[in-house]
Design a protein around this ligand. Sequence first.
Ligand SMILES: [Zn+2]
Length: 112
Amino acid sequence: MDGDIYPVNNPYRLKNLTDLNTRCTHCKQNFEPEPNFYYGAMYVSYAYTVALFVAVYVFLGIFLDWNMWSTIAALAIVLVVLAPVIFRISRTTWLSLFVKFDKEASKDHLKP
Ligand SMILES: [Zn+2]
């Protein structure tokens, strides 16, 4: 809970974007329960992207009444800029969906 999932927390350090601690730095929770575990995070990423797309479209295209090409250009920029963040959030969401935090396990690990 208090540990880090990623060795480099800034998602914009693109060289380290896909780096992941195999275990929590604090409680030793396993962050990679099986090989290719994060394959499914792609679907989460897709869902976040669609949600972001709709939000930006509604705001610019409908509320601010931007024309189609301005809205599309803005969407493209927003998606590119936020891609590393969406990538990380998707992995974290996927992890929290399938790996339950085990209080007892962490207690054992934290014993001196
Ligand atoms: Zn932890």
